[in-house]
Design a protein around this ligand. Sequence first.
Ligand SMILES: Cc1cc2nc3c(=O)[nH]c(=O)nc-3n(C[C@H](O)[C@H](O)[C@H](O)COP(=O)(O)OP(=O)(O)OC[C@H]3O[C@@H](n4cnc5c(N)ncnc54)[C@H](O)[C@@H]3O)c2cc1C
Length: 269
Amino acid sequence: MTHLPPLVTRQHAWPVTLEKPLSNQQSPFKGGESSGLAHIKEYFTSQHPQTYKETRNALDTWHHSTKLSPWLAQGSVSVRFVLDELIKHEQQFGANESTYWIFFELLWREYFHWNALKLGTTLFNFSGIKERKPLTSFYPQRFRAWCEGNTPNAAVNACMKQLNATGYLSNRGRQWVASYLVNEMRIDWRYGAAYFEQQLLDYDVASNWGNWQYLGGVGADPRGLRHFNLEKQVQMYDPDSEFIKRWAGKSQMTHLDTVDAADWPIMRH
Ligand SMILES: Cc1cc2nc3c(=O)[nH]c(=O)nc-3n(C[C@H](O)[C@H](O)[C@H](O)COP(=O)(O)OP(=O)(O)OC[C@H]3O[C@@H](n4cnc5c(N)ncnc54)[C@H](O)[C@@H]3O)c2cc1C
């Protein structure tokens, strides 16, 4: 992969709207085992796991999902320890669908790890585990616009700006930007995966490349291509455009390209 734009510097800015008061200049993710353990304790002694299933798709708030991924990806904490704390939480506050769902999501992680072991280098194949290659290619200008959060789609831009500033992006946001890259921009999914590899604090070979294979339509997904209707998704998950405004998602871009096939500038409306 030689075409990745230079690393966009993380400013460690985090939205001030988090329930947990944080300095605007400070990342809420602090590396290492002791801060990972402290985070797990704090999360599982709170009521947040009780509503995880309803809140896990939120785009931008701290307690709406576990935020365990960076510590798990770095190996600072183990899944077994997380599960022990989850069980203790269930004993103290009760087990419900939400607490089960945390376990269920950790199973996805497990699945992707075994999947990577099984696939070996096939994990990085353009055609994944399928026979046919996707009808996508590499468009440097489009790819740069995607990386920088400067596409015609405000939700995608907001997500990419959040990723660039913090090294984190919600699961929903990851699915949106991946779907947009593959289905609207028609870019080879591996460039998206490589950019995530560069930017994510929780980068993990198996989870990243496995999820990207799914979104690229070349993974072991019985549902086939995951093409998100972003307009509908925004209505559901950001109806008042709060997330888009917070991350300045609106851009001047009205087209995917600024020149046409014959290299003529495309007129803006
Ligand atoms: C395109 C794409 C790329 C991704 N790349 C990574 C990556 O590099 N590293 C990574 O840890 N996760 C990755 N994920 C999965 C998921 O988005 C993150 O694990 C999750 O958003 C992290 O936030 P959380 O800890 O609050 O998750 P929660 O919703 O609280 O989930 C709890 C834990 O379950 C695991 N988990 C949840 N969803 C998934 C999933 N779809 N696949 C694998 N494990 C999951 C994670 O370990 C997570 O910490 C990716 C998803 C997509 C769609």
